[in-house]
Design a protein around this ligand. Structure first.
Ligand SMILES: NC(=O)c1ccc[n+]([C@@H]2O[C@H](COP(=O)([O-])OP(=O)(O)OC[C@H]3O[C@@H](n4cnc5c(N)ncnc54)[C@H](OP(=O)(O)O)[C@@H]3O)[C@@H](O)[C@H]2O)c1
Length: 285
């Protein structure tokens, strides 16, 4: 009797394990098929699409015959980007003009993009401002507006997108953070604060969405020669936006977690983070 019970229980356990392995193999195969299909023809929302870095990334999506929805606040610039992407091979390009600090319009943006492209599997959020640190030190209102643009607008968009992608169980969300978020520097700690919080937010979100087959890619560029840095003296560490665009495109294809662009910034930031605070606080970098 006892022996029969043990054999029965062992068989049931074995059957459960075999069924579980078979199901996870099937899920994996289906997910791989889905990812391959998405890679082939993406339905992409690009937020902050007039950014130099976003434009370079968008060109690669267009060349891969993606369907693209652009969001930005400058209608003429946005239309010019849309025309360029259409010429470069995008299967479809549509756009919506909005100030991204108008959080009330974020749900409408995501619904319009989803309707226009008949679905959404990829998002790049790229807008931002590199506000003057001294101005922020003199005015909380200025600091607040910087944090609104560089952090809160991202969190608002990510909250909606995370729920959408979690429900559909596929997709990739890429967000441009910065190496500036890796350590607070006296010369730009307001911008750095926004990027640090954004990196932490996306890290947590990545964990949550990994259970739903959704990738969250945190992009950390170093110095990039774009309108944002036009006022800065250019040194050897600067790269063009096309280098970063290529890195972002690859990171999205590979569903990477965190990517430093160019890669050597990982080494630079590792060293910078190791500098003892007693010394670091005296460094005017
Ligand atoms: N350049 C760098 O060295 C560097 C390094 C690390 C990270 N990043 C990040 O990379 C991203 C792209 O920057 P970029 O270098 O490509 O600079 P960029 O060419 O100056 O682009 C910034 C974009 O943000 C848009 N924007 C700002 N506030 C907005 C708002 N309230 N509503 C709508 N759009 C708004 C701007 O729109 P308008 O054209 O209408 O002004 C512009 O298209 C940013 O998140 C930035 O923080 C840049």
């Amino acid at each position: 009797m006892k022996k029969g019970f043990i054999i029965g229980a062992a068989s049931a356990l074995l059957a459960t394990v075999v069924a579980w392995i078979a199901k996870s193999r099937l899920d994996q195969a289906q997910s791989t098929d889905l990812q391959a299909a998405i890679k082939a023809t993406r339905k992409v929302l690009i937020v902050g699409a007039t950014s130099a870095i976003a434009q370079e990334t968008a060109k690669l999506f267009a060349a891969a015959r993606s369907e693209i929805f652009l969001a930005g606040r400058d209608e003429a610039k946005l239309q010019a980007v849309a025309n360029d992407l259409a010429v470069r091979g995008a299967r479809k390009v549509d756009l919506m003009v909005l100030d991204l600090n108008d959080f009330n319009r974020h749900p409408a943006l995501i619904s319009r993009a989803t309707e226009s492209l008949a679905g959404l599997d990829t998002v790049l959020i790229a807008h931002g401002t590199l506000g003057d640190q001294e101005a922020a030190q003199k005015s909380f209102a200025f600091t607040e507006s910087e944090l609104k643009t560089n952090l809160l607008s991202y969190i608002s968009l990510l909250t909606i997108l995370a729920n959408l992608f979690e429900a559909q169980q596929y997709g990739t969300i890429a967000v441009i953070s910065s190496v500036a978020g890796d350590r607070g520097r006296q010369s730009n700690y307001v911008y750095g604060t926004a990027k640090a919080a954004l990196s932490t937010f996306t890290q947590g979100l990545r964990g949550r969405l990994s259970r739903s087959n959704v990738a969250v890619v945190t992009i950390k560029p170093g110095f990039v020669d774009t309108p944002m840095t036009a006022h800065l003296k250019k040194g050897p560490l600067f790269v063009g936006p096309e280098v970063v665009g290529k890195g972002i495109y690859r990171a999205i294809q590979e569903r990477q977690d965190v990517v430093y662009i160019p890669w050597f910034w990982w080494g630079i930031m590792t060293v910078i983070k190791l500098i003892p605070e007693r010394i670091f606080k005296r460094m005017t970098i």
